[in-house]
Write a protein that binds this ligand. Structure first.
Ligand SMILES: Cc1ncc(COP(=O)(O)O)c(C=O)c1O
Length: 411
């Protein structure tokens, strides 16, 4: 079966790792992009070129290399800001990853704005990185956490959410796309409801920004967190988007060089946005690689990527549901992105992942950093196959055939 929207054969040539062979010349079938995505050669080359030609510290230098490095770093920020529809590049703060972006909001915005008894609404499908920072805050400040339940079909129960909003929460923080169920949550509706109740919102975009067109102005987003490594970029670099007025009013998160305007022995005045939140020498090469990743995704087209993943997921759900004893969790294909988590009767998820690995197929097994969600379904673990722009329908067939063989083996 051919993709209707992307030339996947051509795209695969952009990713050197996809031609790797494993375990006795088996072709790599990489179905773990939800954990981290593979990198196209343009991203690898952008970072290599930076180190070969430009390497210098940014912002402070006046020599040619420092000016070039600063221009490349700030240029990447501008392209990333445009990619998510931000009004100003200064609303894009570079962090290490989604986790650090959420922690930045919890430490800087929340510690300034929340007091004991204030309510924060989260959901039952959150990744630990959008749970634990709020649990730490709840313990420290007496913040009350409430959760939007997940229905049996894997969707958020918005009626209960409506009722929870009567508690007048200060913050609603939710994942736009679940890394286990694949559910694409109605972000705009959730945000509109939160705003009507007077709450600020934070979107965990770790899974949505790599896979769907995301526009912060269209969504009305206050904060959006995402990671480069899940969208064809390098590890060690992520973004916190924040509405300018919110960021302006927040105290710094980390103190040190670059985040100050003036320092005396006993005091400092913070720098302007975005530098106020970027203390110390940043991950310069990684930001440049991130810029190249965004260029690559724009070139492929986010609508095309989403449509391709949608088609492949529909096909995967059909193929996998033909396997007796295999149980999928999450909603139907129309409501989700390219993530299929499942269990198989009589086989532990780790054993499935190991058997698949022997055939060159990379999937993930475990709780996928969403233990409460697995508890909700009464499951200790699932196996998860996930798709990106470089995956093919043939790879879904290979997965399904390997799962049939695993079933036979375990009898
Ligand atoms: C929904 C979601 N949120 C947050 C994260 C954390 O991302 P990172 O490890 O890059 O900080 C992940 C990573 O899997 C995720 O899937």
């Amino acid at each position: 079966m051919m993709s209707q929207t992307l030339n996947v054969d051509q795209i695969r040539k952009d990713f050197p790792i996809l031609s790797r062979r494993l375990h006795g010349n088996k072709a790599l079938v990489y179905l773990d992009s939800t954990a981290t995505a593979q990198k196209p050669v343009t991203v690898i080359r952008a970072m290599e070129d930076y180190y070969n030609q430009t390497n210098a510290n940014i912002h402070r230098g006046v020599h040619t290399l420092a000016e070039e490095a600063t221009a490349a770093y700030e240029g990447a920020r501008e392209r990333i800001a445009k990619f998510i529809g931000a009004r100003h590049a200064r609303e894009v703060i570079f962090t290490r990853n989604t986790t650090e972006s959420i922690n930045l909001v919890a430490y800087s915005w929340a510690r300034k704005n929340l007091v004991s008894g204030d309510v924060v609404i989260l959901t039952e499908m959150e990744h630990h990185s959008n749970l634990v920072p709020w649990q730490i805050l709840a313990d420290e400040r007496g913040i009350r956490l409430e959760f939007i339940p997940v229905t049996e079909e894997g969707e958020l129960d918005l009626l209960t959410y409506q009722n929870l909003l009567e508690l007048r929460p200060k913050l609603v923080a939710f994942s736009q796309m679940s890394n286990v169920l694949g559910t694409i949550n109605p972000a705009r509706e959730i945000i509109e409801m939160a705003h009507r109740a007077g709450a600020v919102t934070l979107i965990d975009g770790a899974q949505s920004v790599p896979h769907l067109p995301v526009d912060v102005q269209q969504l009305g987003a206050d904060f959006l967190a995402f990671s480069a490594h899940k969208m064809c970029g390098p590890t060690g670099i992520g973004v916190l988007y924040g509405r300018r007025d919110l960021l302006e009013a927040m105290p710094p998160f980390l103190g040190g060089g670059d985040m100050i305007k003036r320092v005396t022995l006993r005091s400092f005045s913070p720098n302007e946005l975005p530098h106020k939140f970027e203390a110390g020498t940043p991950a310069i090469a990684e930001v440049i690689g991130f810029g190249a990743a965004v260029d690559y995704l724009i070139q492929m087209g986010m609508n095309n990527i989403a449509a391709h993943e949608h088609a492949i997921t529909r096909y995967a759900l059909d193929r996998l549901s033909e396997i007796s004893g295999l149980k999928l969790i999450g909603p139907s294909a129309e409501k989700k992105g390219g993530v299929c988590a499942f269990t198989m009767e009589g086989i532990h998820p780790h054993d499935i992942a190991q058997l698949l690995d022997r055939e060159g197929i990379a999937v993930r097994a475990g709780h996928h950093c969403a233990m409460p969600l697995h508890q909700r379904y009464g499951l200790p673990a699932t196996t998860r196959a996930s798709f990106y722009l470089y995956n093919t329908f043939d790879e879904v067939d290979l997965l399904a055939e390997a799962l049939e063989r695993a079933k036979e083996l375990f009898g």
